[in-house]
Design a protein around this ligand. Structure first.
Ligand code: GDP
Ligand code: MG
Length: 531
C-alpha cells in the first residue's frame, strides 16, 4: 500500500516539477517558487525514508505543548510554563534509533532518545515528536522557527486550550490555508481538566463548528489534559495508527503537491485552446509578402526578363532606348542565384506594412488562444509579436534566398544572330544606295548594272526588307518574352512565398504553437499532480 502510494506520489511530484518548469515566466512567480520548494522538499523527505513519522506539537503560547510533550515522552524534557525556553529552536524526542539524517534535515539539535522500556510500553517506534516554539511568540525568531518546522512535519497536532481555541490568528494564518491538509493534522483540545464535563462537550461542539468553517471537517479532534493524563491514551492511539501505517509523510507530501499545483489551476479552467486558423494564417502571409516587397520583386523579375530579351533579340537600332533604364534586378541588388547572406536594396517595410503584419499576427494569436483563461491570451499574443524586430531582416534574407529564375533562353542567341544579319543587310543596302546616290549626283549612272528582284533593286530590298524583318522579329520576340516574363514571375512568386512562409512559421506560428503546447502540457501536469 505504502509502496504503491509512494510510486504514485513520485509521478505527481515529477508532474509538479514539470508544471513549475512550464509555468516559469508564464504564471505567478511566487506560485512557481512554492511549487519548486515542494518538489525539493518532497525529494528530500522521501529520500529520508518512511520508517520515521515526524509529528509536531504546534500552537500559541501557554496552551500546554511542552507539558504534553513531557507527558507523551514520560520525561521532564521541555521547560513548561513560566520557564519559557530561551532558544528559538524546538526539540525532538525519538522513539527508536536512526532518524539522525531526518533530524539533521529538520535542523533540530536538541534530541532525546527514548529508552527500550518506554518503546516497549507504548508501541510508538518510529515516532519523532517535536515540541515547537510558540507560533505567536513575542520573539520573531520563535515564530519563524515554528512556521519552518510546521511546513516540514508529516503530521501537525494543533494544541489549543479553552481560551485560545478560537484564536483568530490560528484559524486565519494556519488552519484555513491548510484546508487541503486535513489528513496531515489533528486538533488537540488541552487543559480539559479546567472545565466541567458539560463545558467540555459544549467546547468540543464549538471547536467542531469552527473547524468546519475553516474547511477542515473531519479533522481528528481530541480532548485531553496533559496534567491529569485524561485523553492521552486516545492521542497515543492516534499516533500509533499513523506511525504504524507509515503514511503520514506521504499524505503530507500529497497534500503539499496538491496545494502547490492548485495554485496553477486558475490558468487551466475554460475550454480547450483553439489552433492557428487557416484564414488568419493566409492573412498574415499576405501582410508579410507585402512587407517583404514581393510585388516589387515580381515586377522586377518580369521587367528584367523583358529588358534582357529586348537587348538580346530586339531591333538593334532601337536597343539604346532599353539601355537607358537600368536592369531592375541589379538595381534592387537581387541575386541571380539564391544568396541568403546578401542583403538586397529593397526598401525596408513601411510603418504601415509593419502595422499590418502586427495586426495579422495579433488576430492569429487571438483566434489561436480561443477561450483560454488569463494569462494565456496575453502570452500567446506576446509570443506572436515577440520576434517583430527580426522580421524585416528575415524577410530580406528570404527574398535573397529565393529562386528568381532570371535565366536566358537559348533561342535569344539565334534571334540575336538573325537581328545582326538583318542589321548588316540594312547597313549594306544603305551603303549601296548611298553609293548609287553619289554616282547619280556625279551623273555617272548605269555604269554598274543594278540587279533587281520583282522590279525592285536589291539594295532597296536589303534596306527595307532588313528594317521590316528586324522590327517584325523584335516584335515577335517581345510577345514571346512577355509570356516568358509572366512564367518567370509566377515561378519566382512560388519560391518567394515559400520563403516568406518559412519566416512566418518560424517567427510567428511556431511561437504561438509553443505557447498552446505549453498550456496543454502544463494543464496535463497540473491534473496529474492533483490526481
Ligand atoms: N490545568 C492544566 N494546566 C496545563 C495543562 N497543560 C499545560 N498546563 C499549564 O499551562 C502552562 C503552559 O504550559 P506549557 O506546556 O509551557 O505551554 P506551551 O507554551 O504551549 O509549551 C503551564 O503552567 C502548564 O503547567 C493541562 O492540561 N491542564
Ligand atoms: Mg513550550
Amino acid at each position: 500500500m505504502t509502496r504503491r502510494l509512494d510510486g504514485q506520489l513520485d509521478g505527481r511530484i515529477a508532474a509538479l516539477a514539470e508544471a513549475a518548469d512550464l509555468a516559469e515566466g508564464r504564471l505567478d512567480g511566487d506560485a512557481v517558487g512554492a511549487a519548486r520548494a515542494i518538489v525539493a522538499k518532497a525529494g528530500v523527505r522521501l529520500g529520508l525514508g518512511l520508517e520515521s513519522t515526524v509529528v509536531a506539537l504546534a500552537g500559541p503560547t501557554g496552551v500546554g505543548k511542552s507539558r504534553l510533550f513531557n507527558a507523551l515522552t514520560g520525561a521532564d524534557l521541555a521547560a513548561v510554563g513560566r520557564r519559557r525556553p530561551t532558544t528559538s529552536s524546538g526539540q525532538a524526542a525519538v522513539w527508536g534509533d536512526g532518524a539522525d539524517a531526518l533530524l539533521d534535515w529538520l535542523e533540530l539539535g536538541r534530541r532525546h532518545r527514548l529508552g527500550a522500556d518506554e518503546l516497549e510500553a507504548d508501541g510508538l517506534r518510529g515516532l519523532v515528536l517535536l515540541d515547537l516554539p510558540d507560533f505567536d511568540s513575542v520573539e520573531a525568531s520563535h515564530r519563524i522557527e515554528a512556521d519552518r518546522v510546521v511546513a516540514l512535519a508529516d503530521l501537525v497536532l494543533w494544541v489549543v486550550e479553552p481560551q485560545k481555541y478560537a484564536d483568530a490568528s490560528l484559524h486565519e494564518r494556519y488552519l484555513r490555508p491548510l484546508a487541503s491538509h486535513a489528513a496531515s493534522m489533528a486538533v488537540v483540545l488541552n487543559q480539559a481538566d479546567l472545565l466541567s464535563a458539560a463545558d467540555v462537550a459544549a467546547w468540543r461542539e464549538d471547536a467542531e463548528r469552527l473547524l468546519a468553517e475553516d474547511g477542515l471537517r473531519g479533522v481528528p479532534l481530541l480532548v485531553v489534559s496533559a496534567r491529569t493524563g485524561d485523553g492521552l491514551p486516545e492521542l497515543r492511539g492516534l499516533l500509533h495508527d499513523r506511525v504504524a501505517a507509515r503514511d503520514a509523510a506521504l499524505a503530507r507530501l500529497g497534500a503539499d503537491v496538491d496545494s502547490a499545483a492548485a495554485a496553477f489551476a486558475a490558468a487551466c479552467t475554460g475550454e480547450a485552446a483553439g489552433s492557428v486558423g487557416r484564414e488568419e494564417r493566409a492573412r498574415l502571409l499576405a501582410a508579410l509578402e507585402d512587407a517583404a516587397g514581393v510585388p516589387t520583386v515580381l515586377r522586377a523579375v518580369s521587367e528584367a526578363h523583358r529588358r534582357r530579351g529586348a537587348l538580346a533579340c530586339g531591333w538593334p537600332f532601337a536597343r539604346w532606348i532599353r539601355r537607358l533604364r537600368p536592369d531592375p534586378l541589379r538595381r534592387l541588388r537581387l541575386p541571380e542565384t539564391p544568396r541568403p547572406a546578401v542583403r538586397t536594396s529593397l526598401p525596408p517595410p513601411t510603418d504601415v506594412q509593419r502595422a499590418q503584419v502586427a495586426t495579422a499576427a495579433r488576430a492569429l494569436a487571438d483566434r489561436a488562444s480561443g477561450s483560454l483563461p488569463p494569462p494565456w491570451p496575453r502570452l500567446v499574443r506576446d509570443a506572436a509579436l515577440a520576434e517583430d524586430e527580426r522580421l524585416p531582416d528575415r524577410l530580406d534574407r528570404a527574398v535573397s534566398a529565393a529562386e528568381l529564375h532570371p535565366s536566358r533562353p537559348r533561342w535569344w542567341r539565334v534571334a540575336g544572330l538573325l537581328q545582326s544579319l538583318l542589321a548588316a543587310a540594312v547597313v549594306a543596302g544603305s551603303l549601296w544606295l548611298g553609293v548609287l546616290a553619289l554616282l547619280g549626283y556625279l551623273r555617272i549612272e548605269d555604269v554598274v548594272p543594278l540587279p533587281e528582284v520583282y522590279g525592285i533593286p536589291i539594295p532597296t530590298w536589303l534596306l527595307l526588307g532588313g528594317v521590316v524583318a528586324g522590327i517584325a522579329l523584335g516584335f515577335l520576340a517581345r510577345l514571346v518574352n512577355g509570356a516568358g516574363a509572366g512564367r518567370r514571375a509566377r515561378k519566382a512568386g512560388r519560391s518567394l512565398r515559400a520563403g516568406v512562409e518559412e519566416v512566418a512559421q518560424e517567427l510567428v506560428v511556431a511561437p504561438v504553437e509553443r505557447e498552446l503546447d505549453a498550456h496543454a502540457r502544463l494543464c496535463a501536469a497540473v491534473a496529474t499532480a492533483r490526481a
